[in-house]
Design a protein around this ligand. Structure first.
Ligand SMILES: C[S@@+](CC[C@H](N)C(=O)[O-])C[C@H]1O[C@@H](n2cnc3c(N)ncnc32)[C@H](O)[C@@H]1O
Length: 349
């Protein structure tokens, strides 16, 4: 099974049944934005606007209280991503220890610069971490992330140390992500080599989406699948093996270059599986739509009801081209809609 894909929905069959039977339910996963403060200033950042506001940080006790209630309602995992850098959260150590004690799984997207502060906690409490690297050299990294050139070697040293200190293979799973733009695509092979040398488990290639500060701090992404696909195929041939996988989804690049979703479906069910919780306390069905389902002060019943309503009335024409949930929605539709299912010859196994 592909850890970045949606076949994992098979582990949540009861949720699919509830969608089919039109029953509200609480999501499995919440993406948590601990703060809008970031120590990197990536030229394409989707959180650029949020970062212009006054620095805001999630109140520790309020967050733990909400997560405790959410766990009792069915929440299984949190992913720290959001508007800023999770490892810059002042109470990160206390937080991840407490969330682990609650029995909630943890993962995070990070730029990797401050990892050395938390090696023990990450090794003990995390299911995965993914490093947003986007470069294979100090020069390109410094230009794309708008940080001093000293950051890249420190991040690579952090990666080498954390992978070496793992007691069990792939625990936590450690990956490198490459947001690809015409200004950094030439450095991708160097990045793959460095990631492999650092001992990470996978390398994920995705396009820079034309959102956030794209157009303002960096040109619109001009790459198409013609630029990306042959390169990734070549890198797979050279470097991929059972211990190092290179993930790449051509439909993401295609959707981005066409500026529209290319996968067919009628209903977004992402809210039954993930919500985004911001440092302001707002709960959002999906980041790009910025459609709220309430705040941490609302009852969880109300939030479930709002998810249920929104799932049926979200304006899909406004969805960003590169949304990660397009393939999940397509998959759920092909499973739950009898006519769509028939097209897949479900009984010929
Ligand atoms: C906003 S960052 C916050 C988490 C953390 N600071 C990090 O660097 O991963 C979350 C993720 O969004 C990605 N991202 C931000 N803007 C993007 C864009 N315009 N296109 C593609 N990915 C983007 C980053 O590369 C990163 O992987």
């Amino acid at each position: 099974m592909d850890i970045l894909g949606f076949e994992k929905l098979l582990y949540h069959r009861e949720k699919l049944d509830k969608i089919r039977d039109d029953i509200p339910q609480f999501p499995v996963h919440v993406t948590v934005s601990l703060s809008n403060f970031c120590n990197h200033k990536c030229l394409w950042c989707t959180a650029y606007e949020a970062q212009q506001d006054k620095a805001e940080t999630f109140d520790f006790d309020t967050l733990i209280d909400w997560l405790t209630r959410a766990r009792d309602r069915g929440l299984k995992a949190v992913g720290y991503v959001g508007n800023g850098e999770p490892t810059a959260y002042p109470k990160f150590k206390e937080l991840v220890k407490k969330v682990n004690a609650l029995g909630i799984e943890q993962g995070m997207f990070t730029n990797g610069y401050l990892l050395d502060r938390y090696f023990d906690e990450i090794l003990d409490y995390f299911t995965y971490i993914r490093i947003s690297l986007d470069a294979g050299s100090a020069g390109v990294h410094s230009a794309m992330h708008d940080v001093p050139a000293s950051h890249y070697p420190k991040i690579m040293a952090n990666l080498k140390e954390i992978t070496a200190r793992r007691k069990n293979a792939h625990s936590p799973t450690i990956g490198v992500q490459y947001a690809t733009h015409h200004e950094n695509i030439h450095d991708m092979e160097n990045s793959v080599r460095d990631a492999l040398e650092a001992g990470v488990d996978y390398f994920s290639v995705k396009p820079v989406f034309n959102r956030g500060s794209v157009g303002e701090r960096i040109e619109k992404n001009r790459l198409t699948t013609t630029d990306t696909t042959p390169l990734v195929m070549d890198l797979r041939k050279k470097y991929q093996d059972q211990n190092f996988e290179i993930f790449y989804r051509p439909y993401q690049v295609e959707a981005e270059s066409l500026n529209r979703n290319v996968l067919k479906y009628d209903r977004c069910v992402a809210g039954y599986f993930n919500l985004t919780l911001y440092e302001t306390g707002k709960l959002i069905y999906c980041g790009p739509h910025q459609v709220g389902v309430g705040t941490i002060h609302d009852s969880l019943e109300k939030i479930e009801a709002n998810i249920h309503t929104l799932s049926k009335k979200l304006d899909l024409s406004k969805c960003p081209a590169g949304c990660r949930y397009h393939p999940m929605n397509r998959l759920v539709e092909t499973v739950l809609k009898p006519d769509e299912a028939k097209e897949n010859h479900p009984n010929f196994l």
